[in-house]
Design a protein around this ligand. Structure first.
Ligand SMILES: [Zn+2]
Length: 352
């Protein structure tokens, strides 16, 4: 009689990573099942645990929740090269590729059901393919960390500045956002179905680091991303001396943002740059027809700063051509957000 083949039950996708299983002062690379393909073979996700010799918090860093967003992988690799487990306080838990099937397919969305994985958290055990995948990742990774930096880039066809999405009224998230020293901080409470929102619901202070453009490695983004995360680690007391380059840049704080869209088709000439501060009524783009004649002009509906923009001059009605941030201090929530303050920040660093 044929013996049944032993295969992992789906429950095994849900065992949280136990960082205490890794010996003190060492690093361990893990390949853990988070899903199964149509052959019933496990889909393995890469995780790296760097467990410091000294006690401290668990900082989670992940990238490629969208499979074509590669800069975060480079940031994580640089960080891992620079961290010495013997001198580390606490643990670094990294996932360089969250969305393995999309990464393998070289695309943004989860291929099995063509969904955006970052709209599927916290996921469901018996849900759609992307919901089940999201749930496995949540159980494996999010339940094992104290803080989260989730690294993204722009989506295909668009360019991003270096900016951070964070809840300005979550003290720890705000501190992390400032320590990352991006060009722009965009406030958002993240009450949606993102990974950041799921972390927040679990009591894990989280920020999204939007680092440049998709499908490429950008050296400047890797350098700045790594330096920013090292500043966060230093503030958490994980590394004693931070030798990363110190930036004097003060991020521009935006309380909200909007995508500006074309309302006609044509060839778009954009007259603005990333991070440019624009005025209400300023011409941002002109549209030409196939004969090279101007057919439309797009003006900024308000003052603001350019967070992201279209990369291609081709426009159809509805094309997103400018991600415009509104500069200003976000209104405080009626109920303050929870979150743990970074304990080792100097008093000056946590001032408004
Ligand atoms: Zn993304």
């Amino acid at each position: 009689m044929t013996q049944p083949i032993k295969k992992p039950r789906s429950k095994s996708f849900h065992a949280p990573i136990v960082v205490e299983d890794v010996p003190l002062g060492t690093r361990q690379n893990l390949q853990l099942p988070v899903y199964e393909n149509a052959l019933g073979h496990p889909v393995l996700s890469p995780f790296v645990v760097v467990r410091g010799a000294q006690p401290g918090p668990v900082l989670g860093i992940c990238a490629a929740t969208h499979g074509d967003e590669l800069n975060g992988i480079n940031i994580i690799h640089r960080l891992l090269d620079s961290v010495d487990a013997e001198h580390l306080h606490g643990t670094l838990l990294c996932c360089p590729v969250v969305n393995v099937p999309a990464f393998e397919a070289g695309q943004r969305r989860f291929p099995e059901d063509d969904r955006d994985l970052n709209t599927c958290f916290p996921g469901r055990v018996n849900g759609t393919p992307s919901q089940q995948y999201a749930r496995s990742f949540l159980e494996r990774f999010l339940k094992s960390i104290d803080y989260l930096v989730d690294i993204h880039t722009a989506s295909e066809g668009r360019l991003n500045s270096l900016y951070v999405r964070a809840d300005w009224y979550s003290p720890a998230a705000r501190d992390m956002a400032r320590l990352l020293q991006p060009q722009i901080i965009l406030h958002g409470r993240s009450g949606d179905k993102t990974l950041r929102s799921a972390a927040r619901a679990l009591g894990v202070p989280a920020v999204t680091l939007e680092a440049g453009n998709p499908s490429v490695f950008q050296g400047k983004m890797a350098l700045e991303g790594e330096a920013g995360i090292r500043r966060v680690m230093a503030a958490l007391g994980m590394i004693e001396n931070d030798h990363s380059p110190v930036s004097t840049r003060e991020p521009v704080l935006c309380d909200t943002s909007q995508w500006l869209r074309t309302i006609a088709g044509g060839i778009l000439e954009q007259t603005f740059e990333l991070c440019e501060v624009v005025q209400k009524g300023q011409v941002l783009a002109r549209l030409k027809n196939a004969f090279g004649e101007y057919t439309a002009e797009y003006k900024s509906p308000s003052d603001g700063i350019v967070i992201g923009m279209s990369r291609t001059p081709l426009a159809v009605p509805g094309t997103r051509y400018c991600h415009l941030g509104r500069i200003g201090l976000p209104a405080p929530p009626k109920q303050p957000a929870g979150g743990r303050l970074l304990e080792r920040l100097a008093p000056d660093d946590i001032s408004e």
